[in-house]
Design a binder for this molecule. Structure first.
Ligand code: SAM
Ligand code: SF4
Length: 476
């Protein structure tokens, strides 16, 4: 079915598709890339400006290893200059793997008869959320297959259930969603359940490839998916997450298309996407794909550095699809969120781990970072990152937080960094084993000693003391 605004009774012109593949290829093909030009473009980004498509293409076309290293160094400098050492942690929670689509890359595809189909019922869901809270999580992303059973009401209901579960001092303070596109009314229903971000990945922005890998089901409709987050915006959800599944088509095209998608939101809604994700294809049950566009590790790290420079004020999400080593490198480019202690097996969080092996018949794809949340916390602390569970902006209605971090002078020092410290102290008090606790407090002391404003520092020390004596959920 070809998308038609008239047929769907969408009079709003903003719902029109906005990706022109010929235009994107023309920009890539016609852009040259001299060392001087690459340096100019990096400098523009370091001056806190989003890059145009043509400028992003300059970085994409830089093939010389020394220039690629300069691009990566540019991304590292941007991170140090703007974002500091915080990194936000979350966990994905799979709610149901029933699916009516046939996406060639996904283990949940309808034609895969070897996978066990599971939808968490209320009690299962509560058990999963308890297990996540008991590990220390405060932020979740709920993930669903595309199926009539998982309609807007079902999604909203599961969000409400998640918020209602309290295990000891644990609670989930922000629930994000990764699910199929909805219509505007559907997005409104989900918004009313107080979701954080609604994520929908276009997978590939190249329509011809899109048609080849989406073999049947509603997801075949490229334009319905492309305009989905516009409908979310119309419904009042202004925190939206975009993404491309790298490995389906030429990575250079996908990077420019992600920048194009960002421009579209800025032009129409005056706010860019909250986050960009860049999943890379992993092994899945009955994976059936053309391997021509598989993205190597070196291309992958390079493309993330380019994205960082192209959209300097958008949050970047890096998941456990990638190995710890790749995650370590990419985090230096200013990734804002990573998942920790990830288990994408249906019902996996509350199960006792008898084996380290993953059950590919219960999972959408294989993950490559199996570290527990605490292991990740400890490693982050050792590397001087401040692991954060902060949800303050969302709770206080400060939408566009990444933009504020980026553009409001002192925002990170006054809000993000102290909130990261406060949520870290909560974790250290409630969940950390003795060794992590000791390392964590050492880092907290170091960070406190760096604060120059004495009044502010004393206020923060007061908040930390309150947490140590039982207060929770304090923030700026
Ligand atoms: N069913 C919904 C959809 O397709 O949008 C929701 C989520 S789907 C479970 C989440 C994302 O996982 C997809 O958008 C896709 O980008 C990614 N994914 C699917 N198969 C994958 C694979 N084999 N390796 C890595 N990521 C994959
Ligand atoms: Fe279903 Fe999403 Fe997997 Fe496609 S990617 S088969 S829609 S769960």
């Amino acid at each position: 079915m070809k998308f038609s605004p008239e047929k769907l009774k969408i009079k709003d012109q903003r719902m029109k598709p906005f990706i022109d593949a010929d235009e994107i290829w023309e920009i890539i093909n016609q852009t040259g890339s001299t060392p001087d030009r690459v340096r100019e473009v990096i400098a523009k980004s370091l001056d806190k400006n989003r890059l145009t498509l043509a400028e992003t293409a300059v970085l994409i076309k830089a093939d010389d290893p020394a220039l690629i290293e300069e691009i990566k160094q540019g991304a590292r400098t941007l991170k140090e200059k703007v974002y500091g050492q915080r990194i936000v942690l979350f966990a994905p929670l799979y709610i149901g793997n029933r699916c009516t689509n046939n996406c060639a890359y996904c283990g949940f595809k309808a034609s895969n008869k070897s996978i066990k189909r599971v939808t968490l019922d209320h009690d299962d869901l509560v058990a999963q959320v308890r297990a996540l809270e008991d590990a220390g999580h405060k932020r979740l992303i709920l993930v669903y297959g595309e199926h009539p059973e998982y309609d807007a009401k079902f999604i909203a209901e599961s969000v409400r259930t998640v918020y209602s579960v309290k295990s000891g001092p644990g609670e989930i303070r922000r629930v994000n969603i990764n699910a199929a596109p909805l219509d505007i009314d559907g997005f409104r229903i989900v918004k009313d359940a107080k979701i954080g971000t609604y994520q929908i990945f276009q997978e590939t922005y190249y329509e011809e490839t899109y048609s080849k890998v989406h073999l049947s089901g509603m997801k075949r409709n490229f334009d319905w998916r492309l305009t989905s987050l516009d409908r979310a915006q119309e419904a009042g959800i202004d925190d939206v997450g975009i993404g491309a599944l790298f490995g389906l088509y030429d990575w250079r095209f996908e990077v420019l298309a992600l920048v194009r998608h960002t421009n579209h939101f800025e032009a129409v809604y005056n706010v860019g996407p909250h986050t960009i994700s860049f999943p890379r294809i992993q092994y899945a049950s009955q994976l059936n794909l053309d391997k021509s566009y598989i993205v190597s590790d070196s291309e992958f790290t390079r493309l993330v550095a380019i994205l960082r420079l192209a959209v300097p004020y958008t949050g970047l999400i890096l998941t456990a699809r990638e190995t710890a080593a790749i995650r370590d490198e990419i985090m230096q480019f200013g990734v804002s969120q990573i998942d920790g202690g990830t288990n994408i097996e249906m019902g996996g969080y509350s199960k006792k781990k008898e084996t380290e092996e993953q059950d590919i018949d219960l999972e959408q794809f294989q993950i490559n970072d199996n570290r527990s949340l605490n292991q990740i916390m400890e490693e982050l602390i050792e590397k001087k990152y401040i692991p954060s569970f902060c949800t303050a902006c969302y709770r206080l209605g400060r939408t566009g937080e990444h933009f504020m971090e980026f553009s409001v002078p002192g925002f990170i020092k006054r809000f993000c960094q102290p909130n990261a410290i406060i949520t870290l102290v909560e974790y250290l008090e409630d969940y950390a084993p003795a060794e992590t606790k000791q390392k964590g407090y050492k880092l907290v002391q170091e960070k406190l000693s760096e604060i120059e404003d004495i009044t502010f520092k004393n206020q923060l020390i007061e908040k930390i003391t309150q947490i140590k004596t039982g207060a929770r959920d304090l923030y700026y």
